[in-house]
Design a protein around this ligand. Sequence first.
Ligand SMILES: [Zn+2]
Length: 308
Amino acid sequence: MGLDSRMAIRIDMEALRSEAGPAVCAEADALLAAGQPEVVLSADGGASGVVRADGQPPCEAWAGVTADGFTTECDCPAVGEWCAHVVALVAAALRDGFEWSSTAASSSAVGQETKVARLMEIVGELPAQRVALLLAEHAATDRVLETRLLTYAGKLGPLTDAELADARRMIADLASQATSGDRWDLHDVEKAGRAIVEEVQVLVQRPATEGLLEVVEQAARAWDSIAVHLWDAWETYEEEPAEIGGALRDAHVHLCEQLQPDPDELAARLAEIIKAAEVDSCLDEPHDYLPVLGRQRVKALQQIHRAG
Ligand SMILES: [Zn+2]
């Protein structure tokens, strides 16, 4: 999990130069010779750098891999994909051995992978029967693990229409029961949120489908609609709304990464969900969707957030 979204990216500088054209390349070479950009930074999973040239305002260039493929950006007035700043940035990044990846990997994710690799080595030395028993014992008390195991084994396929309908009903019921009648309190809202997260985390162990994505989006909307009560009591419930919302968003992002839905359609749905939320939507972290949406769509979604 997660390994596939961090594929190493190879950049073909020769192809890039021929696309940029000789005039742009000559200008880029002059910038490089003058030591520009001074520093290549990792930003949004790509490389970013400020390029300064005599008598010109400094330009911030960015290049990286997004949903739209290899993408470049620069705040200079040059039109088209390639300006001298971007070419100089990419050349400097390659020269410095910059590590391109399709998404920025956090250090905690890397730490987790190291731990998994170390434990896998140990598991490999155990008798298979013992490993099977250990796994079965855990799966018997952990619905997420149980579902993942059965999905791996091919015993559970994609959710059927009936299962999707059940899931939608269960999520709607959890949300509405949390605030129905006159005896509910804020703890019921938190409990409902955690129950919705648990359902979603079990569901997303099944093979990814559009129908499953819709259910997770419904869960996010349902949580948005009841989380309002906790936001109002932020002194008591300081962490919970963000924790529950974050878990739902993680599940949604993970599904999106697997499914690679049409980025324009996904952006439109996210915009709608963000606008529909009374206070804040748990899916309103556009940056988390960078690998599936691309930089421009993420920026557009961030604008909604500011306007709202
Ligand atoms: Zn430029």
